[in-house]
Every structure is written in C-alpha cells, then in structure tokens.
Ligand binder design. Structure first.
Ligand code: MSP
Length: 643
C-alpha cells in the first residue's frame, strides 16, 4: 500500500518548539510504522514563509524577508535532524515550484468563475492572518491571540467557498474517517450548520507585498492560507508529476486543533473547486501546555526541543511525547514526568530487561543465540501469548494514531518478559547441568521477546532499536525478521547468531541532580490531562462503584516483587491482587479500611483471581514510584459506598 503523510508547514516567525516537534515526531513515527508494514511512504513537512507576520518578524531582526526566512527555515530543518525526523520532502512556500503551482491553481479557479472581486469590511486578526466572524470573538477579542481584531474595509478577491458547502457536508457525513478524532468532526459539522461565507483570498500590495502575486491582477498578492494549503499538492508534483497520481488519493494531513478550520473547510472546498477529490484523512491532535499553562513567548515558558534532547536524549523525548499524550486531547508538559518515564519505563523496564538478558546470554551461552527445546511450560505460553496480543494491539493502535495505547501494549511484553526472568531464575538453571535445554529455551524466549520489542519500538525510538538490533546480532537492513510483515510473529529468532557486547540503552537521570532550568523549565507535578475534552460527565463517573473495605489478610504473591494477595471485607469478602508489595508489608495492611473499586470485571493475575482494585495516590519521589493507599478519615461500616 501507499501512504502520504503531511505535517502543517510551520510559520517561520517563531523558532521550533515542543508543539511543532510533537506533530512532526508523530508524522515521522507514523511514516516509519507504515514502512515497517511494507508500505511505500512519502512524508512531507516544511515552512510557511509569506504574510504579514513574517514581514514583521524580519523587521524586528533588521533583516530582509528572504534572508530572515532562509535562516529560520534552516533552523526547522536542523531541529528535525536532531530529532531523527526524516521527511522525504521539506517544502517552502518561497520555492519557485510552489509559487508556480499556486498561480496555476488561482488562474484555473478564476477562469471557471469561482473567484470574484468585491468590497469587504471585516474584523481582521493579524495573529490568525484571517477575518474572524463576530461569533468567534470572546469579549471582543480573538480567543487564540487575546487581541481585538481590526476593522478593515477593502476591495479584494473572494473564493466562492459557500458554493461547496453542501458538497462538503455530504462528504464528511459519507466518510466517517475523513476527520478524526470524532470530536473534531462534530465541531466541523456544527460549524457547517450555519451558512458559510466566501473566503477572501487576496491582500492588496499597498498593504502587503511579501506574498505570491495573483496571476490575473498584479496589484494583489495571495492570502497566506490559500497559498500555504496548496503545499500539499506542490510537494507531490501536482498537476503532472507521477507522484501526484500515486499519492494524492491516500493523503493524510496531521494538524493540531488550532488550524482545524482552514484544513477542514477552506482546503476541501478549494480542492472541490480545483476539481480534485478531498484528501483522504485529517488527524487532529490537542495542545501541549506547560505545567497546565499555555505555552507562550510572553510568559517565557516555551519549551525548545533541542534543550530537551540535550537533557534527556532524542529517543527519550520521542517516546515521552508519544506515550504521554492521548492523541486528540491536550497534555501538560512537566520535567518530572519526563524523568519519571525515562527512569521507569525506559531505564528500569526496557533497559534492564535488555542488559540482564544479554548479560546472561554472554555468560551462559558464550553470546551465541541458543535454540529452544523441550515442552513449553506455562510461563513460556504466557509470554508467547502476551507477545502475540501485543503485536495485534500494537498494529491496531498505531494504525489509528493511538500511539499511547500502542506503546502501552508494547510495555505489556516488556513487563511480562521481566516477570519471565524472575519466574524462571536462569541463574539457578545454569547451576544444574540437567537443566541445559530449559536454560536455552528460557534465554531463547528472552531473545525473541527482545527482537519483537526492537521491531515494535523502532518507529518511535529508531536509535534505541538500532542499538538493540546490533546487540542481538541481527542485521538491521537485511534481516527479514525485522519487518512487521515477515517478522511480526513469535519464533523467528535465528539460532546461532553471535551477539555483540553493548552499553546500557538508557542512562538513568539522577533525580537528585539539579534539573537544568531554562526559562521554560519550571518543573511541575506529574503530568495531568487538562483539556476540557478530557473531562467526564457525572453520568460517566457514576458508573464506577466505590466502597469501603477492610483488609483482613495480606500475603506476598510468590515469584513477584510487586504483587500482594489481599482478602478484603466489604459487604462480602473478596480477593484482590494489588501491586503494592514494594510499598507495604503485610502486617501494616491488616485492619486498614481502604477504597475498593467494586464493579470491576474479575481478572486473573499470575493465576490468582482478583475481584476489584484499590485506590492509591501515586507519586514519583527520588525517581521511584510511590503508592499510598487511600483510606477513610474515620471508621465506617465495611461496604459503605463512597459518593
Ligand atoms: N503555517 C500554518 C500552517 C499552514 S499548513 C498549510 C501554521 N503554522 S504554525 O507554525 O502556527 O503551526 C501550527 C501547528 O504547530 C499546529 O497545528 C501544531 O501542529 C503545531 N503546534 C503549535 N503549537 C502547539 C502546541 N502547543 N501543542 C501541540 N502542537 C502545536 O499554523
């Protein structure tokens, strides 16, 4: 299959920040994922270089616009290199080929009568580079820029956008996946329930010269959005290029919610006027805030990706943003959260698994991959099943931009493989010559898990995956076991290959070490979801049944460092398997009244039945996760409901 994924082309009036980096990391990860599936992929990003805002920014730096845009555009490109983001095409709206394409389209749409000349008065927001409707204002101000728009009356050219309104509504309704997540599709449909105005697509040269001249009237330049959106066509060689035929019908645009309207309304109607099918999909994500506040230059909390790379590493940053943000919702950035993820998910869970396994392979097998043998034991079956589920969930979620869920699935295998070591105690097997076959099987299973992990993390953390692949003795470019199509199943690790000695994958961040404070790095508490979209209704909350329960017995679960088996008394008695063994001793727990989630589906954890969950506060202290059980402030009858 073929894929064409684009990011917005970023304005060069600001340097790249975390928000730009997020979208571009997502696009890069998705491209790498699709390539791993054997697809032919084209990934495009670039810079948007015309318009008022750019002229103003250049003036502030005492530069000519061209000199200024060259410098900032180069900065974007360098940042993407630093983040190991590899677009196939980096487009600039000042590229001559783009200017020709925009003029070609303007001429075509003008000749067919969809562009007309008229006088217009409206409220113009310079920050948005567009006229706003009265309805969009909040207390008379633009909601995005908190400034009052200026009333402007001038003669201009207009695109008959209204003519395509119904066609667009029909298209959105007939294609449920055209705009996702659904909340944004609904937002667009709700906007379209009101009559659409035509779009002003020119600026008189008396007011602005830094733009693409209209081919049919040299006294005007093209409005930046009409210019910028066309980049998605220019980049694949519209109208005559071969790539255009191949890629246009699969075009997927990736944006944040701030530019939904131009992408969901202006652009598809423009395409209809050009006589092209609308793009295939629009994926809309939320906003990164910083410690729950909007990122802004004036507040001085702008997060620079290059600084994060320096502090935490590039793969660590890529992993963090994809694991932390639920695609579609807002997220709040905090340094503590990055450190916690790096130390816990990466250094502890994945890093240790890799180092321990390879150390044992070198020690017990001379660094040569063994073959499995003998009967499969329950722990083998559990590991293999976890790997197979992981592969299925991973593919399901990566395909639909639910990266945090894809990664969660991968970490299920990481965690199961770590448990597999604890349960099988290879060091004990190694002491007993009669257990040689079992030892080989255990180590083979670990190698196979690591291969599947290297494979699945590679779109997110390409460098770490490369290190793992090298450590495992596989050949990155040629080994078919490293493609999802030919290698995405259990049991393919080539026995007999020699493993290399490797350094740890992730150096830990010492939390005691002072976090380098930039003007932006006010380290905050754990990352929270702040978006209003993330909120639940009372009806949804009511579905969770919380009850007071008393712990009447507690014992550690054999072969697990984390789990404890509890019996609790609510109205009835229940058994609960809780991950609190590192935080409490059994004695401390007996008699404690805790809060039970009483309407959970029972689950089996390490073969034990767990009939609910307990609430606990979770924090990160000195780089370690700490859990403190939630209790009641005075004794109450067991089984009391918590409202
Ligand atoms: N030039 C236009 C886009 C034209 S596309 C044909 C533009 N540029 S921009 O520099 O303002 O970039 C906006 C995009 O940057 C967002 O849609 C998003 O991809 C990214 N982000 C900017 N700030 C962001 C956050 N705080 N959080 C997440 N992403 C954000 O609009």
């Amino acid at each position: 299959m073929t894929a064409y994924i684009t990011t917005p082309i970023y304005y060069v009036n600001a340097q790249p920040h975390l928000g730009h980096a997020y979208t571009t990391i997502v696009a890069d990860t998705y491209s790498r994922y699709r390539r791993l599936c054997g697809d032919t992929v084209r990934f495009q990003t670039g810079t948007d270089e015309h318009g008022d805002k750019i002229v103003e920014a250049a003036e502030k730096e005492n530069k000519q616009p061209q000199e200024y845009v060259d410098a900032v555009s180069a900065m974007f490109r360098q940042t993407w290199e630093l983040l190991k983001i590899s677009p196939d095409n980096f487009i600039r709206t000042t590229d001559p080929v783009h200017i020709r394409t925009v003029q070609h389209i303007l001429q075509k749409v003008y000749e067919q009568g969809d562009i007309y000349f008229d006088e217009y008065s409206g409220l113009y927001c310079k920050g948005c580079e567009r006229f706003l409707t009265e309805k969009e204002l909040v207390d008379g101000n633009c909601p995005d820029h908190q400034t009052a728009p200026r009333e402007i009356t001038e003669q201009n050219y207009f695109f008959r956008m209204s003519k395509y309104q119904q066609q667009l509504i029909d298209h959105i309704q007939e294609n449920p996946e055209f705009i996702t997540p659904e909340r944004y599709r609904n937002e667009v449909l709700s906007f379209l329930s009101e009559p659409l105005e035509d779009l002003c697509i020119s600026r008189p040269t008396s007011r602005l010269t830094w733009g693409i001249p209209l081919p049919f009237d040299r006294d005007f330049v093209t409005y930046v959005w009409f210019d910028a959106l066309i980049n998605y066509l220019t980049g694949i060689g519209y109208p005559d290029g071969e790539d255009f035929q191949q890629y246009w019908e699969v075009a997927e645009h990736l944006i944040a919610k701030d530019i939904l309207k131009p992408h969901a309304i202006y652009w598809p109607t423009m395409l209809m006027a050009i006589g092209l099918k609308p793009y295939a999909k629009l994926h809309v994500h939320g906003y990164w805030n910083v410690d729950d506040t909007k990122m802004s230059k004036s507040i001085g909390n702008v997060i620079r990706p290059a600084e994060l790379v320096e502090q935490y590493g590039r793969d660590e940053l890529r992993y963090f943003v994809l694991r932390e943000m639920s695609f579609g919702l807002d997220s709040s950035f905090g340094h503590d959260a990055v450190i916690a993820r790096k130390n816990s998910d990466l250094a502890n869970d994945l890093g240790n698994l890799f180092s321990r396994s390879l150390a044992m392979l070198h020690k017990y097998c001379g660094g040569v991959a063994p073959s499995p043998g003998g009967q499969r034991e329950p722990s083998d079956i559990l590991l293999i099943e976890t790997a197979e589920h992981m592969l299925a969930d991973y593919r399901k979620y990566m395909q639909i931009f639910q990266f945090h869920k894809g990664l969660q699935a991968v970490w299920e295998l990481v965690s199961q493989a770590n448990k597999f070591i604890v349960v099988n105690e290879p060091w004990a097997l190694a002491k007993d010559e009669t257990k040689r076959v079992r030892l080989d099987t255990v180590l083979y299973n670990l190698l196979e898990s690591l291969r599947l992990l290297a494979l699945t993390i590679s779109p997110v953390m390409p460098e770490t995956a490369e290190k793992m692949v090298r450590g495992l003795g596989l050949q990155e470019k040629t080994d078919l076991t490293l493609s999802l199509t030919s290698g995405g199943r259990w049991g393919l690790f080539p026995a007999g290959v020699s493993m290399a000695q490797t350094a740890p994958l992730f150096p830990r961040v010492d939390v005691g070490e002072k976090i380098k404070k930039t003007d932006s790095s006010k380290a905050g508490p754990e990352t929270k979801k702040t978006a209003e979209e993330g909120l639940i209704t009372f009806e949804q909350f009511k579905k969770t049944e919380l009850r007071v329960a008393e712990i009447i017995s507690a014992e550690a679960v054999e072969k697990s460092d984390k789990l404890m088996l509890l019996t609790v008394q609510a109205h009835e008695q229940r058994t609960i398997v809780a991950g609190i063994a590192e935080h409490y001793s059994p004695d401390e727990l007996i008699g404690m009244q805790v809060i039970l989630v009483a309407n959970m589906k029972p689950a089996r954890i390490m073969g034990l039945r767990s009939e609910g969950m307990l609430l606990a506060a979770k924090s990160v202290e000195n780089g370690r996760e700490r859990l403190v059980l939630t209790t009641v402030s005075a004794p109450v009858p067991n089984g009391s409901s918590v409202a």
